[in-house]
Write a protein that binds this ligand. Structure first.
Ligand code: SF4
Length: 186
């Protein structure tokens, strides 16, 4: 099986999720978010094809990294290959984060007609969901570009049937009473 990539496996990233991570940069995205940082990754004919067995060897050789992040592009445009790789990451003891331009709710809707959505989600620990929205761009939100994007605990979300955000990364408006409460009691 092949996967279309925008770049070779990146090592030593500290900005694409917790810890030191490797990044699989997938090629191809349909969302076309205004202000996207990686417009060269949108074209489904761009980048290059690589056999996933070859990529598995690169993942197997990681020594410093504790996890692998799937980014792009949108990894959900290549669900079958990404799922196979994510499963392999778990077998190697690496945790899996994934970015997507789809919201979690949209993925659930898609899963009714696409049998590949849930198996891929089942191999993801943390999902950062939703498109990049320029009007909501913020430097206050960690690991993502705009406030609408959420850092989601996928296992808990699949188990409960609703979106469970990882609390420490949850965005709170400055005038949110909960935020004030935290400021007072810390
Ligand atoms: S989903 Fe990501 S890669 Fe795709 S257009 Fe939006 S920001 Fe760019």
């Amino acid at each position: 099986m092949e996967i279309r990539l925008a770049a070779p496996l990146q090592r030593d990233s500290i900005v694409d999720g917790e810890g030191i991570r490797a990044v699989v940069w997938t090629q191809g995205c349909t969302h076309n978010c205004f202000g996207c940082h990686n417009p060269e990754t949108h074209d489904f004919g761009g980048g290059f094809l690589v056999d996933i067995e070859e990529l598995k060897q690169d993942i197997k050789s990681l020594t410093e990294e504790t996890g692998v992040t799937f980014s792009g592009g949108d990894p959900f445009c290549q669900m079958v290959a990404c799922r196979e790789l994510a499963k392999f990451c778990h077998e190697c003891g690496l945790n899996v984060w994934c970015y997507t331009g789809y919201t979690y709710e949209k993925l659930m809707e898609m899963s009714k007609n696409n049998e590949n959505v849930i198996p891929f989600l089942e191999e993801i620990d943390v999902l950062i969901d939703g498109p990049f929205i320029m009007k909501q761009k913020s430097y206050d939100v960690k690991f993502r570009g705009s406030k609408n994007q959420r850092v989601i605990d996928v296992k808990k979300s699949l188990k409960t049937g609703e979106v469970v955000e990882i609390k420490k990364y949850q965005y709170k408006e400055k005038n949110d009473p909960e935020e004030k409460k935290e400021e007072i009691y810390i």
